[in-house]
Each structure stands twice: as structure tokens, then as C-alpha cells.
Write a protein that binds this ligand. Structure first.
Ligand code: BYC
Ligand code: FE
Ligand code: FE
Length: 474
């Protein structure tokens, strides 16, 4: 099989000049396309989709827009430009030059981080593969597909590192990334949230709001890595991640706006009445929010983690905006508050900061989520509606870490199992909620038309009108 690398795989890593890497990718690329054919968006392969494709890392013009069939999408490999004289910013190697290759002693840990990151990318495509069949508009269908192809490119970014720097085990890991399946009983994806279902568009928008935001924070921590190729590739991934979170933020906002408009028109807050009018009541939106927030908060790992301490001290993974933090960047003597239960309530206790790095990144994430949800609330406020959405307490509905042993309400009260069971249906989506939301999901693919439960966006993609035919069915 012959590939013209500069055409087929746009890249700035001189792929054409690296025979070993080419051979590895020649083996992997057809497997990737098979995986896309089998697990990529259902029924999408013949459609012409108005997509952006990353073609360089030039800030002013890194992407091209145009119609492509997704199996022909040019999944490229781009690293942000190298910074001359870049130095390690934290841990035991602080001040030393960054590494262009993998130090033998850190190989296993780096591989594990890269594999964990890489695993999430195809997982999300698998989770979202049926959504195209029930899209609320062509505009939204195109945004779903854009997110999907870019998650595919993020997989390429990690596979490049595995093939280029990890030899045979890297190739085996790259193959295994295409072997696991989201939600599969025998070969699940690595992290919990990536084995959940994304069955409807409210779930999709919440996923891109919360879970792609985990992407933002994890990628930002990896963007500090002393392993320079990892830092440079994750920095470029972050430019795409912005759009994924935009899809979630605006998608949920448009649902809220539509519901709020109907509430005002019909002068009702009654969820049953609103459901009968074909829009999603705010308490149901809150329950979806609670679910996606809590499964995403789990993605940060245990509150105290010796892995996290090792990753930091050895220079593999830093903190969010490491260079904006005014401390010693070694954290040997520092402490950080984590939650513990005392006299039946949650309180803070100081823990060694190095071990609490997962918790710190989780707190950064929660703060960012809260400010995003405030923007949704202002859409309610503007319409004179008193209801407010809230991000649940970080201890709510946990499955990972010591908090998993407790039952905690969305407001952070520790409660009994009986109280939890009595109230959980008002906190997390019930089967009935999911069935109702599912019942609204019919496919709308007439350009410029939108399902009844969601408002149109304020503007289209890349200067195109909202009613553009973003997906051509031919
Ligand atoms: N589910 O010591 P701990 C994205 C495991 S999202 C299942 O706290 P550590 C994207 C853990 O592996 C960004 N298992 O772990 C978004 C460990 O297992 P072992 C993804 C979990 O290593 C949307 C054990 O529990 N990137 O890009 O400190 C669409 C003890 O835990 C979970 C990354 O995550 C879980 N939630 O922290 C598309 C960055 N949490 O060793 C894409 C890379 C923990 O006992 N990954 N465990 O077998 C990491 O940095 C770390 O692996 C984690 C875990 C922060 C995830
Ligand atoms: Fe991604
Ligand atoms: Fe993403």
C-alpha cells in the first residue's frame, strides 16, 4: 500500500523522511480505517460534510474548511512549534533542558499516560456513533461529525508518539487502542466515563461540556511535560478542544433557551406540562448535568495518588498553567486540602501537595465548570425565570477514590443509604427521564430547520449562514 504522506496525512513531523515510522503507520492506518468504518458515526460514510481539517500549526490559518466524506478525512499529525531552549518547569528536573526522547527510566509511566489519553479519543467516537440518526438539525449533525473526526485525530496524535518513541510495545499499544470498545464487558475502555452510554443529544452536549473539559485540563497538564513531543502535541490538541467545549456550552444553552421561552410563553413551570409541549424541563436538565459532572469528576482519579506524585516529580505531567503558579514547583514541603469525613460531615484536611495533584486538577476543573454553568443561568435570568442550574458538590455520586464509599447529596451533605435511595431519582436521570428525552429525538435534516426542543444557534460555522447545507446527503 502506497501513501503519499504529505497528501494523505498532513503533518509537520517530517513523516516522509522517516521510513521506520512510515512502516509502522502503514500497518496501523488501514486498521484505523476499519475501526472508523465499524465504530465511527453510523450511516455517515457516504455523506459530504462541511468540516475543518487541521493543515498546519499557524495560528492564523491552521485549519481548512470544505466538504469531505469522513472516511477520506485527512487525519494529520501536528506538533506545536518547538520553543528554543525550553526547560523543564517542575519536579526534580526543573531547569534542565526538556527531552526530545523518552528517558529509559520513565518509559513505562509515559507510555501508560499516553495510552490512557489515547484510549479516551476513540472511546468517545464509539459512545457517540448513533447520535447522527437523531440529530436536531444539520448544523448540529455537522458539529457532531467535526468533534468525531477531531477525536480521531487526537488518537492519531497519541499513536504517532507510541510509534515514534516506544518501539514494539508502542506498536502493540497502538493496535490495542483499536481493540478495546466503549462499554464492552470483556475489553472496555480504560476510564469509567468512557464506558457510559451517550444515548441522546442532551447527554452529548453535557458530555462535550463536562468530559471534553476534562480533556482540556488533562491536556493542559500534559502540555507542561518534560517530554517535549508530548507537550507540543497536546498544546495543538487544545486548539481543537475549544470547539468541542463550544459545542457543549452552546448546545445546552440553546436547549435551556428553548425551554425558557416556552415557560414564559405558556406561563408554566410544570415539568409535565412542558414535556407535553415537547421541551425538556429544567429539573431534567439538572439531573443530566449532575450525572455528567459526577462521572467526569471521577476522571481525575483518587484524591491522593502516589502515581500523580511520581508523574509530577519525574517531570511527566504538570499542573494546570504550571508557569502561572508562584511556588517552588517541586512541592516537597507543600500541602493541599482534600476532603475527609469528620463527625458525619465533609471537611478539609491538609495532605501532601504532591499526592493531592489529582484533587488540585479536579478543583481547577470544577471552578471552570461552575463559570460555564453561570453563563447558562444568565439565559434564565434574562427571561425572568428563577430556576438556577448548579454544579453538584464534587463528592456527589463518586465511584473513584475514598468518597466512593459515602453517599453525598448534590449540596455536599453526607447522607444515609436510605436517604440516598429515597432521593436519587430527583438527583440523577431516571429511566423515565431518559425515555422522555429519547422520545423527542427525531432526525431533522432540512437545512435551517431545528427540532422543537432546541433553539437555533446565533450564527453558523465559519461565516456560513445557519441554514447552510452543512451535510449533503446527495
Ligand atoms: N476510571 O492513583 P489513581 C479526553 C484507576 S479526557 C477507571 O488516582 P492516577 C477526552 C487508575 O488508573 C482526558 N479507573 O490514578 C474527553 C489507577 O489504576 P491502577 C483523558 C480509574 O494514575 C472527551 C487506580 O484507579 N486524559 O481527552 O493518579 C472526549 C488508582 O487511581 C479512574 C487523561 O486522563 C477512572 N475514572 O490518575 C475525548 C490523562 N481514575 O494503577 C477525549 C492521562 C483512576 O491501580 N491519565 N482510575 O491499575 C492520567 O493522568 C491518569 O491515568 C488519571 C488517573 C488522572 C486518569
Ligand atoms: Fe480529544
Ligand atoms: Fe474533545
Amino acid at each position: 500500500m502506497n501513501i503519499n504522506y504529505n497528501d494523505k496525512i498532513p503533518n509537520n513531523v517530517e513523516l516522509a523522511g522517516d521510513r521506520v515510522l512510515q512502516r509502522a503507520l502503514e500497518h496501523w492506518q488501514p486498521q484505523f480505517l476499519n475501526w472508523w468504518g465499524e465504530m465511527g458515526p453510523e450511516g455517515s460514510h457516504a455523506l459530504d460534510v462541511y468540516l475543518r481539517t487541521a493543515v498546519s500549526v499557524d495560528k492564523a490559518g491552521w485549519a481548512q474548511f470544505g466538504y469531505v466524506k469522513m472516511p477520506d478525512y485527512r487525519w494529520g499529525i501536528f506538533l506545536n512549534p518547538a520553543e528554543a531552549e525550553r526547560k523543564v518547569g517542575f519536579g526534580a528536573h526543573r531547569g534542565e533542558p526538556v527531552w526530545q526522547d523518552v528517558p529509559g527510566e520513565y518509559r513505562a509511566n509515559l507510555r501508560r499516560i499516553i495510552v490512557t489519553q489515547g484510549d479516551t479519543e476513540p472511546a468517545s467516537v464509539e459512545q457517540q456513533r448513533h447520535l447522527g440518526l437523531t440529530c436536531p438539525s444539520m448544523y448540529d449533525l455537522r458539529n457532531l461529525f467535526q468533534v468525531n473526526v477531531e477525536e480521531g485525530r487526537h488518537l492519531w496524535a497519541m499513536v504517532y508518539l507510541l510509534h515514534r518513541f516506544f518501539g514494539r510495545d508502542g506498536r502493540e499499544e497502538a493496535d490495542a487502542l483499536l481493540g478495546r470498545r466503549s462499554g464492552d464487558a470483556d475489553h472496555p475502555r480504560i476510564l469509567g466515563a468512557f464506558n457510559e452510554r451517550t444515548p441522546d443529544w442532551l447527554a452529548f452536549f453535557m458530555f462535550t461540556f463536562f468530559t471534553d473539559r476534562d480533556g482540556k485540563f488533562q491536556l493542559s497538564a500534559l502540555a507542561e511535560s518534560a517530554f517535549d513531543p508530548l507537550a507540543r502535541t497536546t498544546r495543538f490538541m487544545l486548539t481543537e478542544e475549544g470547539h468541542h467545549m463550544f459545542v457543549g456550552r452552546n448546545g445546552v444553552r440553546r436547549i435551556i433557551e428553548r425551554t425558557a421561552d416556552v415557560m414564559v410563553q405558556e406561563r408554566t413551570e410544570d415539568p409535565d406540562r412542558l414535556r407535553a409541549l415537547g421541551v425538556i424541563d429544567l429539573p431534567t436538565i439538572q439531573r443530566y448535568l449532575n450525572f455528567h459532572s459526577s462521572v467526569t469528576v471521577d476522571l481525575f482519579g483518587a484524591d491522593l495518588s502516589s502515581n500523580a506524585a511520581t508523574f509530577y516529580t519525574t517531570g511527566l505531567k504538570g499542573r494546570f498553567r504550571e508557569d502561572h503558579i508562584g511556588d517552588d514547583h517541586s512541592l516537597k514541603d507543600a500541602s493541599y486540602p482534600v476532603l475527609e469525613i469528620r463527625d458525619g460531615t465533609l471537611g478539609a484536611k491538609e495532605a501532601p501537595a504532591l499526592n493531592a495533584l489529582n484533587e488540585r486538577l479536579r478543583d481547577d476543573f470544577v471552578r471552570d465548570s461552575i463559570s460555564g454553568v453561570e453563563a447558562w443561568n444568565s439565559a434564565l435570568e434574562k427571561r425572568g425565570i428563577g430556576f438556577r442550574l448548579r454544579v453538584p458538590h464534587k463528592a456527589f455520586n463518586r465511584q473513584i477514590g475514598p468518597l466512593a464509599e459515602l453517599k453525598v447529596s448534590p449540596l455536599g451533605q453526607v447522607i444515609s443509604v436510605a436517604d440516598w435511595q429515597a432521593q436519587v431519582d430527583s438527583w440523577l436521570p431516571t429511566d423515565g427521564d431518559r425515555q422522555f428525552v429519547q422520545s423527542l429525538m427525531g432526525r431533522v435534516v432540512t437545512p435551517g430547520q431545528f427540532a422543537n426542543w432546541i433553539s437555533p444557534p446565533a450564527s453558523g460555522i465559519n461565516g456560513q449562514p445557519v441554514e447552510c447545507e452543512y451535510v449533503r446527503f446527495n
